[in-house]
Design a protein. Structure first.
Length: 133
């Protein structure tokens, strides 16, 4: 029996209580300007710290977890995780041509229909990747 759920990773890079990407950017800016932040000299801009955080996550996911498919929760997550290399396939549903095993969906509105579509696409990706091994 195939346990497909063991092949799929659901990723939320930013599980913090933010309502929009402006809030997230503001949070990273606050971190790098906080006098108690010990790496202030290395990360002078919030965006630079954010990129470093993403790189650490990508390295860990691709080198240690190695999922067949990654489902990104939210447009900001897929945008950052693919370094902006994604497009909207349908309203609220995202794919990446460069990163074929990475898909995502918007956290806004109703998830019911979107989650079903993403689940079907994730199953297809897992099957394709298993067939190519």
């Amino acid at each position: 029996a195939c346990n497909i759920e063991k092949e799929i990773m659901v990723l939320n890079l930013y599980p913090f209580g933010t309502h929009k990407s402006k809030d997230l950017s503001s949070m990273f800016r606050k971190i790098v300007t906080d006098p108690k932040f010990v790496y202030r000299d290395s990360y002078t801009k919030g965006r630079k710290l954010r990129r470093h955080f993403i790189k650490i996550m990508r390295d860990f996911i691709f080198n240690s977890i190695k999922p067949k498919c990654i489902i990104c929760l939210g447009k900001e997550t897929i945008s950052d995780f693919t370094y902006g290399e994604f497009e909207e396939e349908k309203e609220g549903y995202y794919i990446s041509e460069k990163h074929k095993n990475v898909i995502g969906f918007s956290r806004k509105g109703s998830w019911k229909k979107r989650a079903k579509e993403v689940g079907k696409k994730a199953a297809e990706i897992v099957k394709q990747r298993k067939d190519n091994i």
